[in-house]
Design a protein around this ligand. Sequence first.
Ligand code: FES
Length: 349
Amino acid sequence: MNDTARNHILVDYPRDCWYVVATAAEVGYGFTARRVLDTSVVLFRLSDGAIAALEDRCAHRPYPLSAGHREDDFIVCGYHGCTYDATGRWVSVRSQDNPPSSARVRAFPVVERGPFVWIWAGTPGGERLRPPPATPWLHGDGWTSVGERREVAASLQVLHEHYLDLSNVVAMHPEMVPPGIEALPPLEDVEVSEVSVSYRRELPEAPLAPWEAEVTGLDDATVSASFGRTETGTFVTPGLHKQTYSIIGATGPALELVRTHGFTPRSSGVTHVFLQISWRGASVSPDIGKQLIEVFHAMADRDIAVLETVQRCLDEDPMPRRYVNVKADRAAVRARRILTAMVEDERGV
Ligand code: FES
C-alpha cells in the first residue's frame, strides 16, 4: 500500500464484519426492510422471539419479499405466492407440486444483543470465526441508554475519521466545551492493534458547561466547583465506534457517558448511524434520557451537515489528493489504514 492510497478516502468498505442492521425495537411481527452493504434485507421476528434475516429478493423474480405477507413463521411472496421458511428455503409454489430443488434465498446470521441487532452479510461461514463485539455498557450493570437511527450521505471511513478526532468540538459545538477550555489537549495515548485503535485524553479542571450541570443532577452548591474530565475514543470494529466521557468531581465520577455509534454502510457513500447514549451516575435523574438525546441529536445534526459536505468535496475531486495531517489525526489515520487493509485483504490485493 503506498502513501497516496493511505491518504485517499476509501470508496469501499469491509464486508467481513458484523454490522448493526436494526435496533431490537424496530424488529417485530411485521417486516423491516433495510438496505445494508448494497444488499436488500428483510427482518422479522419469529414466534419464538428469534429474528430471521433474509435477502429481500424473491428467488423467482426480482421482487422484494417484504412486499409480501407472513403465514406463521413463513414469508409469502406478494407476486406469485412462493413461500419461504425462516432459513430462506423455498418450501412451496402455487403453480406446481414442489418448488425447484435447492431453490432458496440467502439467510443471514443475526445476533440480538441489547438495543442492537447485528448482521453478518459477509463471506458465508465467516461469522463463526468472530462474534459481534461485546457491548456490556448497552445492557445492564447500572447503565441506561437511549438511541436513534440516522442515515448519512457519507462513507464509513469519513464517519470513523470524524469521530476519532474530536478536536472539531471546539469549533463546531462550543456549547459542549467546559468554560475556559479553548482547545482540547493533545491525544495522550493512542493504542493500536491490528484491528482496533483507541485514544485517551484528560481535560484540565473546569466548571460545568450548562448541559453538564443539567444532566449530572448535582445540587447548586456542588455544581459551581471545578471538575476533571477524561475522554476516550475507540474504533472497535468497522461497524462500531465507542466514545466515553467521564466528569470527575472531588468524590469520584459525577457522570459517566458513553456515546456508541453503530456504523453500517448502506452503500459506499451512504451510512446508517445507530446512535446510543448510555449513562450512569449517583446523582443523575433516571429521566435524563430525553435531555441527553436532544443534546446529542443537535450535535449529530451539525456533524451530519459537515460530513455530507466532506463527502461531496471528495466526490467532486477528479483525482486522489493528498490531505495534510496534524497530530490530532493520529487515531484517524490508523483507523484508515486498518479499513484499507481489510478491504484490500478481502479483495486479495
Ligand atoms: S416473484 Fe416471488 S413468487 Fe414470483
